[in-house]
Design a protein around this ligand. Structure first.
Ligand SMILES: Cc1cc2nc3c(=O)[nH]c(=O)nc-3n(C[C@H](O)[C@H](O)[C@H](O)COP(=O)(O)O)c2cc1C
Length: 324
């Protein structure tokens, strides 16, 4: 068993890690090699002050990147043992990965790894077809495998109650000029390596819509191309809301998203009710589950689309750390 990872292994795995989702595609992560371990850090300089005042979003994104990194190392048959927040004095380091006992990559890991380049946020309306029971089961198991829970809202009244909470949160956020300015600054109409390309934004929110989509500059919808009338809404949560809980939730989010991709499903995320504390509390109470909701997803069968851009690997590798 190798006692350490190399720079080449870090580079290869980081190329998969950066495909993770992040708020407004800010990509708030860094990776480094220290004493033979790969370390994942949040990049506080890329936190959105108005949208993410407490750093929840950067830790979810770093957790999602960490899950991809774990998969990449497992797929290369150099699996990792992971320690979360290994240094109390360095809270930006969210995880340290050291080589674990070598083993074959499992079929599930292989399938999830293959889904990394195919996953993207699909904000367009989905087909009205329901998501079958076996796919629902796979999604809830994916969250559970990463120590979180996934609550699928069943029935019109549960979805309507959620929609009311989400719309309330959306309006609270939209009343804040700094929040709006932040979102507008991160929508791009050119080939920028970060931010949300306007082509990936869904159609703007209209009064008949049940769920409040964040406005990312998408084109007006064609007549009759409304959102699916009975969306599958999934709330991901975990036992608590510490920094470690959020990194764990980020891993569970990515496992759930990749499982959806592998099952031929599309997902868009909807985090306004997580970002507004009163809405998050209402959501928590409405679910009657222990712990804290960390993300909401709309799941269904979508049209094909394209992955969004990412920055170059060299921009997210920290090579200044002294090595052994
Ligand atoms: C913490 C977090 C919150 C997000 N919230 C939303 C949201 O409210 N609405 C939305 O459309 N996308 C949301 N996203 C998705 C990001 O906008 C998306 O991941 C990013 O633009 C990169 O695009 P990709 O998912 O296609 O790779 C969120 C992602 C994360 C990690």
């Amino acid at each position: 068993m190798d006692a350490y990872y190399t720079l080449a292994q870090l580079r290869a795995a980081a190329a998969d890690a950066i495909r993770a989702p992040s708020l407004h595609n800010t990509q708030p992560w860094r990776f480094r090699l220290r004493d033979g371990g790969i370390e994942v850090l949040v990049d506080p300089s890329r936190r959105l002050p108005a949208t993410d005042p407490n750093g929840w979003g950067i830790r979810i994104a770093a957790g999602a990147a960490l899950f991809n990194l774990r998969l990449a190392l497992a797929a290369a048959e150099t699996p990792a043992a992971v320690r979360l927040r290994p240094y109390p004095a360095e809270p930006d380091v969210v995880a340290r990965l050291v080589p674990d006992r070598p083993r074959r990559c499992t079929p599930i890991e292989q399938a999830l790894y293959a889904a990394i380049p195919r996953r993207f946020s699909n904000r367009a309306p989905f087909q009205p077809d329901p998501v079958p029971a076996d796919a629902r089961w796979r999604l809830t198991e994916a969250a559970r495998a990463e120590e979180c829970w996934l609550e699928l809202l069943i029935g019109t009244s549960a979805v309507n109650a959620f929609a009311e909470i989400a719309r309330g949160a959306h309006h609270v956020l939209e009343r804040n000029p700094s929040y709006r300015a932040e979102r507008e600054r991160w929508v791009h109409h050119d080939e920028a390596p970060d931010g949300v390309p306007a082509t990936a934004g869904g159609p703007p929110f209209e009064p008949q819509d049940l769920l409040p989509a964040r406005a990312f500059g998408g084109r007006e919808r064609a007549p009759g191309r409304d959102f699916e009338p009975e969306p599958l809404v999934a709330v991901l949560g975990g036992p608590g809301n510490t920094a470690v809980d959020q990194v764990i939730a980020g891993q569970a989010l990515q496992r759930t998203l990749l499982t959806a991709t592998d099952a031929g499903l599309s997902v868009s995320m909807l985090s306004q009710p997580i970002e507004v504390p009163t809405a998050r509390e209402q959501l928590r109470l409405s679910l009657g589950r222990y712990g804290t909701p960390q993300m909401v997803m709309r799941v269904g069968y979508g049209q094909p689309g394209w992955p969004t851009p990412r920055r170059e690997i060299d921009e997210v590798l920290d090579l200044t750390v002294p090595q052994l």
